[in-house]
Design a binder for this molecule. Structure first.
Ligand SMILES: NC(=O)c1ccc[n+]([C@@H]2O[C@H](COP(=O)([O-])OP(=O)(O)OC[C@H]3O[C@@H](n4cnc5c(N)ncnc54)[C@H](O)[C@@H]3O)[C@@H](O)[C@H]2O)c1
Length: 297
């Protein structure tokens, strides 16, 4: 995620320092940034060469290199203790006015900021994967974050062509993952009931709600469909939808059998390497075309 986010900033003409304790990761990151910039160029979302974009990123292993930075985005392992340890080190290096954001997928900002001497400059800035193709960034202040800092971060994110949303009160999973896992729960419940195959569920989503939601969201859709109609359907359907974690059994069985997805070669679907590569490339191309179409509008 760190490399992807650095590429997004560099593509928006920002100077970036990418810090990682793992030199091997850093060695790979320049070519990965060039690859991301090449995808953005092919989609006509930038007009610079991948080399020009990558040249804005300086790689380093030591924290002192971020001393003069205005914004620091932490994207290390999803581990609370590791993040706390890093923030403690960071606060010894940077000034109290430096803004620090975390790309955590779900740790709450009030927990993350516990050891900060200056929690007022800290907030969650959650990019989605892959950050150059999905424009959403969820911004979640902790209770002590200065409102001016939240506003500044939102303004900055808009200026680099992302679509930030403010989660004004922290909730586990923020917005995007709550929606994603609510859908996944129902998708697995349908499969588990025997009513439809994973292929049928995925096709139903890709041919209907997926494209529609990229234009009008679920609440706009309810308005457009007529709230009276949606209320009637919701009244008999919602009580019947999956509500508990029973469906996790289906995933648990796959994980126990070592079927975790492309990395093991199989999940719910078989994932030979060439298929995984082609699906990911197709997904990125389609997402970038969509971004280009939205931006042109
Ligand atoms: N992978 C995703 O799809 C995704 C999506 C959104 C958010 N996130 C969040 O982003 C963060 C990073 O996830 P990832 O998937 O990129 O993880 P990752 O394991 O691929 O990368 C983490 C990197 O942090 C480096 N690192 C660890 N400790 C460090 C330290 N103290 N100083 C400097 N570098 C250090 C590691 O060497 C590694 O290269 C996590 O908080 C994760 O929850 C991940």
């Amino acid at each position: 995620m760190g490399t992807g986010i650095a590429a997004v900033f560099a593509a928006a003409k920002m100077k970036v320092t990418l810090i990682d304790t793992d030199q091997r990761r850093l060695d790979e990151s320049k070519s990965r940034i060039q690859g991301i910039a090449a995808e953005l160029l092919a989609a006509e979302l930038i007009d610079e060469t991948p080399e020009t974009v990558a040249a804005r990123v300086v790689c380093a292993t030591g924290l002192e290199t971020c001393k003069g930075s205005e914004l620091i985005l932490e994207a290390i392992f999803e581990n609370l203790e590791a993040k706390h340890a890093l923030y403690t080190q960071l606060e010894q290096v940077v000034s109290p006015s430096t803004i620090i954001g975390s790309n955590t997928s779900g740790l709450l900002p009030s927990e993350l900021c516990r050891l900060f001497r200056h929690p007022e400059r800290f907030l969650v800035v959650h990019f989605w994967n892959p950050p150059h193709a999905i424009s959403l960034v969820e911004v979640v202040p902790n209770p002590a974050t200065k409102p001016e800092i939240t506003d500044l971060v939102l303004k900055f994110l808009r200026s680099i062509n992302t679509d930030p949303v403010l989660v004004a009160k922290e909730i586990p999973g923020f917005i995007g993952n709550r929606l994603q896992y609510a859908v996944l729960r129902e998708a697995l419940a349908i499969v588990r009931s025997g009513a439809a195959t994973p292929e049928a569920v995925d096709t139903a989503m890709k041919a209907s709600l997926g494209p529609r939601y990229s234009v009008v969201g679920p609440i706009e859709t309810a308005d457009l469909g007529g709230l009276d109609t949606f209320f009637t359907i919701a009244s008999y359907l919602m009580p019947l939808l999956a509500k508990d974690e029973d469906v996790l059994q289906l995933m648990k069985e796959k994980v126990a059998a070592g079927k975790t997805g492309p990395r093991s070669g199989e999940g719910f679907y078989p994932w030979p390497e060439e298929r995984a590569t082609s699906v990911i490339a197709h997904r990125n191309r389609a997402l970038l075309q969509h971004r280009k179409a939205v931006r042109s509008k």
